[in-house]
Design a protein around this ligand. Structure first.
Ligand code: NAG
Ligand code: NAG
Ligand code: NAG
Ligand code: NAG
Ligand code: NAG
Ligand code: NAG
Ligand code: NAG
Ligand code: NAG
Ligand code: NAG
Ligand code: NAG
Ligand code: NAG
Ligand code: NAG
Length: 508
């Protein structure tokens, strides 16, 4: 049999072990111990496993399955001193003392510790042996009361038993219970913990002004009211359905990670109306950002090993440049879908194998433009959303993000048509959209900071030019005063289109 197949069979077997009634009594005495990961909705669906492995002497068991009875223990911490007695030597109590009890990682019974395993920091036989009557039929050391000082301070383990490896994989919201021991009591062990309300879906709606600048420009060629540059988003509706899928492997003793993998299968949809408008100048690019969402998602936690804190944020950013008098206003309906985005990020394999279906159905667009003969406007409108995973692993902090970008580039230019009448002009507008996603990461666990593109799909929505005629002379003699330093200025006085150029179209 090929090793890969054997490994698969073994994994399946461990899954079954965690839940099969027949195996309830099986102690961890062979150098491995595994725990099933259930989802926190209590559906008993197995969504992952946590496993530790090492030399036989490095991992032991102090549950009734190995013949031990714990006399006093709290479930509020792993750092505590407990007293225990062996009640059935034939189940393997003596295994705890293989090459010394100290620095052994032990499986704990239900009701003891906050995780199902801990490290033996210190072992001794207490002088006061009166707390428990000597169990019948035991002799020598085993018949005595034993003290174990437990903790989860794996960083301070001596390593005298050799390395202890771990690996886990789980999705989103998760809880581990060691139901292989006490399946009767369904109380969950918070090895992995998460909120009881699993919700990996983030939705937000918004109608707001991303950009709002106005100027008073007396006597200039502003068609409607005050000179302004605005970018409005109306009836924005966005939904991101994400599954956070993480796996990691490393050693508990000594503490280190050898691999960290994650994927975030995603379906998302974004709809709304975007209305950029300009009737004044911004000769240098001007930018404005508004927040749209900031959501904290349920934490994933393995006590003292790794904590993953997911958050989701979304912002709208607009960058505008406008020269001369544009009198430009357009409305584009947004409709983007990200279907079945798949990728695998791994610290040991740089190939993300990403795939996605991007949906950009045809949408209505309208524009009304009454520019002067030599003007231009360009709007970059970006909706950037990111799922960020703050990963705290053995005390180091790393960051991994999946960024979802979608946006519009809206351009307008007008120019005189050479060779014909001075006041004939050509008015062009060009609207394109993009949908993109990338992964970025930084920090010790995840390697040198980098950004990995997953996809970037651009679509031309509209590209039209229309000929029109300008007024041969300016409407007024007075030119607006220009300040060289201001970002926003009133447009210079110039011949302007007699009538607005009106465009209505479907994209694509
Ligand atoms: C158990 O009993 C011992 C001896 O009295 C004591 O030192 C220890 O703190 C107790 N542990 C707990 C968890 O109560
Ligand atoms: C134990 O772990 C350390 C650090 O990860 C590694 O350098 C060493 O080779 C490991 N020892 C064995 C026997 O695997
Ligand atoms: C998830 O959260 C959103 C926003 O808080 C809410 O509208 C939605 O109903 C929730 N979904 C589930 C399945 O709980
Ligand atoms: C839109 O976002 C802005 C900025 O965060 C916020 O002030 C406003 O309340 C939001 N509007 C809606 C409808 O949620
Ligand atoms: C845009 O800015 C102008 C001037 O600062 C202000 O009068 C107007 O209320 C703003 N519009 C909105 C919708 O906030
Ligand atoms: C989570 O990742 C594991 C390992 O890469 C994979 O087998 C599993 O299908 C993934 N789950 C989802 C929902 O993508
Ligand atoms: C992470 O992925 C790599 C290859 O993609 C695989 O070799 C490794 O076993 C994975 N690690 C875990 C903990 O799943
Ligand atoms: C997100 O999930 C909800 C609930 O399952 C579903 O109704 C919705 O269509 C999903 N949205 C997307 C974009 O897949
Ligand atoms: C997001 O919300 C968290 C918790 O409410 C807050 O601490 C954080 O500052 C917020 N971030 C932003 C960018 O507003
Ligand atoms: C703006 O108008 C001035 C004067 O009419 C002209 O020289 C200049 O080229 C125009 N700028 C642009 C970007 O069209
Ligand atoms: C949104 O803006 C906030 C505040 O500047 C920032 O912390 C966050 O990372 C931004 N989110 C995205 C997805 O760009
Ligand atoms: C995707 O491509 C567009 C157009 O080339 C660009 O503006 C945008 O920045 C790109 N996005 C990402 C995330 O690379």
């Amino acid at each position: 049999m090929k090793p890969a197949l054997r490994l698969l069979a073994l994994t399946t077997c461990l899954f079954l072990q965690a839940y099969a009634i027949d195996d309830l009594g099986k102690a961890c005495l062979d150098g491995t111990c595994s725990f099933g990961v259930e989802d926190s909705e209590g559906t008993s669906n197995t969504i992952g496993t946590f496993e530790i492995s090492g030399p036989s002497s490095a991992i032991s068991d102090i549950t009734p399955a190995a013949g031990w009875k714990i006399l006093n223990c709290t479930d509020s911490t792993n750092t505590q001193t407990i007293q225990l007695v062996c009640v059935d030597e034939s189940l393997g109590c003596a295994h705890l003392f293989l090459e010394g009890a100290e620095d052994t990682v032990v499986r704990l019974p239900e009701g003891c510790g906050i995780a199902p395993f801990a490290r033996v920091a210190k072992y001794w036989i207490p002088e006061d042996q009166s707390v428990a009557p000597n169990p019948v039929g035991l002799s020598g050391t085993l018949s005595q009361v034993h003290n174990l000082k437990l903790d989860d301070d794996f960083i301070h383990a001596s390593g005298s038993h050799g390395n202890v490896s771990f690996s886990f994989s789980a999705q989103s919201d998760m809880v581990v219970d060691n139901s292989n021991i006490d399946i009767g009591e369904r109380r969950k062990r918070q090895l992995f913990s998460g909120s009881a309300s699993a919700n990996r879906s983030v939705s937000f709606t918004n109608s707001s002004l991303i950009f709002n600048q106005t100027l008073s420009c007396p006597d200039s060629n502003v068609v409607d009211g005050a000179a302004a540059i605005t970018v409005k988003v109306n009836e924005l509706e966005a939904t991101f359905n994400m599954t956070i899928n993480v796996s990691a492997a490393g050693t508990l003793i000594p503490t280190s990670f050898t691999s960290f993998n994650f994927s975030v299968p995603t379906n998302a949809s974004i709809q709304g109306f975007i209305t950029p408008q300009s009737s004044m100048q911004s000769l240098t690019p001007a930018t404005a950002t508004v927040p749209l969402a900031n959501v904290t998602l349920p934490q994933m936690l393995i006590v003292n090993i790794i904590a993953i804190n997911p958050t989701f944020t979304a912002n709208a950013t607009s960058t505008v440049t406008a020269r001369n008098q544009t009198n430009f206003q357009s409305t584009t309906f947004l409709d983007f879908g990200i279907e079945n985005l798949q990728f695998n990020f791994s610290t040991v394999n740089k190939n993300t194998n990403s795939s996605v279906d991007v949906l950009t159905p045809s949408v209505p667009i309208s524009a009304s433009i009454q520019p002067n003969i030599a003007s231009s406007a360009s709007f970059d409108i970006d909706f950037t959303s990111a799922l960020n995973l703050l990963v705290i692993a053995f005390g180091t902090i790393s960051n991994a993000s999946v960024t979802y970008d979608f946006g519009l580039n809206v351009g307008m230019t007008s120019s005189s048509i050479l060779g014909i009448l001075d006041f004939d002009m050509n008015v062009c507008t060009n609207i394109s959209s993009f949908v993109a996603a990338n992964i970025s990461h930084s920090g010790i666990l995840l390697g040198p900071a980098a950004t990995i593109p997953l996809f970037n799909q651009t679509s031309q929505l509209l590209n039209v030019c229309v000929e029109t005629v300008s007024e041969p002379t300016p409407l007024s003699r007075r030119s607006a005063a220009l300040s060289k330093r201001a970002v926003f200025t009133c447009p210079a006085f110039a011949p302007i289109a007699e009538n607005p150029v009106v465009i209505t179209a479907m994209s694509g």
